[in-house]
Design a protein around this ligand. Structure first.
Ligand SMILES: [Zn+2]
Length: 294
């Protein structure tokens, strides 16, 4: 729900159902949490080795589209404000009594619209009152959801299961779920057009080491995979795979990879990469229990 009270459209999916476009769900809504837990239950019935919950920055990611201002977010943010924001700051914003506080109404009363909120909320420093606090709240709330979800998965699963979430890990704020997941699964921009070993990626591997997390990597579907597919850069993909294992992390086997909206996927051929993965398996003792020296 955006600041103007309209549902937020998830533009990534270009589809419709009974005249409705796909909408953003809110991970702070109990009904949606229940639905996700049911999905996990169904997935666990197949006895998977790992469980991934995709794109958990969803509600925080709706900020640039003017959301989320649903009643669940408003109630939870009121609690966050009461616990984390000094009275002096609230007085300066003319928020005396928190009992009836509703952040959406507070902004609308000051003339802010959804479009304006979406444009300004992520600016640094933001001119919107309580914008930084709201952004932090949404990330803390998403982490809280993951923690609760992980616990529910552990209770439903017969044996402990590796649990991860996906995030691009482009910015420091993207690492907020680190304490409540076992590893990260990331789609990251590997810039094959530079025809170089990706340097940014080393930073992500070392940052993950610092947090004591392994990351499972793939490139971005609609630029990296499209590019290596169209330019036939098998060697570049081999570098990506070798680099990830050399730094103690993992690379998703590039088989039938989504490569943007043109429907043609990235397909590997026998002989392209199997020797690399066989090497890792054959010499597992060199990789398991990896500990970075620096
Ligand atoms: Zn919400």
């Amino acid at each position: 729900m955006d600041l103007d009270g309209n549902p937020i459209v998830f533009r990534f999916w270009n589809s419709e159902y009974k005249g409705h476009p796909p909408y953003y769900f809110c991970t702070n809504a109990p009904g949606y949490r229940e639905y996700l837990t049911q999905q996990a239950k169904e997935a666990l019935a197949g006895q998977p080795d790992m469980l991934l919950i995709d794109g958990i920055h969803t509600t925080a990611n709706a900020l640039h589209q003017g959301g989320c201002f649903c009643s669940h977010c408003m109630t939870a943010f009121k609690g966050y404000v009461a616990e984390n924001i000094p009275q002096q700051k609230l007085n300066a914003l003319q928020i005396g009594d928190l009992n009836g506080f509703d952040y959406g109404r507070f902004l609308r009363d000051r003339g802010f619209t959804s479009t304006q909120f979406g444009r300004e909320v992520l600016a640094w420093p933001s001119k919107l009152p309580l914008a930084d606090e709201y952004l932090t709240f949404q990330q803390v709330a998403a982490r809280g959801f993951l923690e609760e979800f992980h616990r529910a998965v552990d209770e439903m699963s017969a044996t402990p299961i590796e649990f991860s979430t996906s995030t691009p890990l482009h910015h420091a704020k993207d690492w907020y779920p680190a304490s409540v997941i076992d590893h990260f699964t990331i789609e990251t921009i590997l810039h094959p057009e530079k025809r170089q070993i990706p340097e940014d990626q080393i930073f992500r591997y070392k940052l993950a080491d610092g947090l004591g997390k392994r990351i499972l990597v793939t490139g971005m579907g609609n630029n990296d995979w499209t590019y290596v597919r169209d330019q036939n850069l098998k060697g570049m993909v081999r570098i990506w795979i070798a680099q990830s294992y050399a730094y103690g992390h993992n690379f998703l086997v590039p088989n039938n990879v989504w490569s943007g909206e043109d429907e043609a996927r990235y397909e590997s051929r026998p002989g392209n990469f199997d020797d690399l993965y066989q090497f890792v398996r054959r010499h597992a003792d060199l990789f398991n229990g990896y500990e970075p020296v620096a």
